[in-house]
Design a protein around this ligand. Structure first.
Ligand code: ADP
Ligand code: MG
Length: 251
């Protein structure tokens, strides 16, 4: 079954067709790579899938529901979550607090007025701590998130996605700028999420990393899908090589 479908999607910024009638689908419980040269439209595609942007044409389907035009929070309720190419943790909160704020049904002020606050917070922190342990940064729980290393912040972002009860993860360059030790931690985490039945769509420039975990690769160029296939098929596709060596969008 496809849990995510992009149908004839189009998005222009002024004269630039950032996404140019692009279609593809992502199978349930797959690890799918989304690659392409800089400017190919990958981040814009993530923005359209999670509802930060609205397409000019075409549709986005999540679990066979047409969610085109839905706000991000409603898509999140269907199990969609996403990390950003440029990290977006709350730097002034502790790492642990960054997870707590992601929980569904985080108690409102009104609710807190009726429930013993300390106990409620203890329970939330205990649950948050479990996610910190899963991604391997439990010892950093009480540090300011902004003081974590770049790679640790990436892990924190993934933990935050997990805390929303997501089952579809969009990861924008999870391996970029991460040292080899943390890279392996991120890889193991992705494989663990897959084992748990989650679906992952991953934008990544680190090809050895992506090719070693992905079942299917979608190649974008000039806002369109250029090729879709197994890592082997993609590595041996002359059109893909040409796209990477070839001309930039402006030329
Ligand atoms: N908000 C925006 N305004 C204008 N142009 C944009 C905007 N966002 C992206 N673009 C353009 O759309 C194209 C695709 O960008 P992007 O999705 O960031 O590509 P990628 O993530 O594959 O590098 C690029 O030409 C980029 O300059
Ligand atoms: Mg990008």
């Amino acid at each position: 079954m496809n849990v995510l479908q992009v149908q004839n999607l189009h998005k222009s910024f002024g004269g630039i067709h950032a996404i140019d009638h692009c279609s593809f689908s992502v199978e349930e419980n797959s690890i799918t790579g989304l690659i392409g040269p800089n400017g190919a439209g990958k981040t814009t595609m993530f923005d359209l899938i999670n509802g930060l942007l609205t397409p000019d044409e075409g549709h986005v389907l999540i679990k066979n529901q047409n969610v085109t035009g839905w706000p991000t929070y409603k898509r999140a309720r269907l199990g969609l979550s996403r990390t950003f190419q440029a990290i977006r943790v709350f730097p002034e909160l502790t790492a642990l607090e960054n997870i707590v704020v992601a929980f569904k049904g985080h108690p409102s002020k009104l609710y807190q007025a009726f429930v013993p606050l300390k106990k409620k917070n203890r329970d939330l922190e205990k649950r948050a701590m479990e996610y910190m342990e899963t991604v391997g940064i439990a010892d950093k729980a009480h540090l300011r998130a902004g003081d974590l290393s770049y790679g640790q912040q990436k892990l924190l972002e993934i933990a935050r996605c997990m805390a929303t009860d997501a089952d579809i993860f969009l990861l924008d360059e999870p391996a970029a700028g991460v040292n080899p030790t943390l890279l392996n931690t991120i890889k193991q985490l992705i494989l663990k999420l897959h084992q748990q039945g989650k679906t992952l769509l991953i934008v990544e420039h680190n090809m050895p990393f992506l090719m070693s975990i992905a079942h299917k690769i979608i190649v974008m160029n000039f806002g369109k899908e250029l090729a879709i296939g197994s890592p082997e098929e993609i590595q041996n596709n002359p059109r893909v090589l040409e796209a990477y060596l070839g001309k930039k969008r402006e030329e």
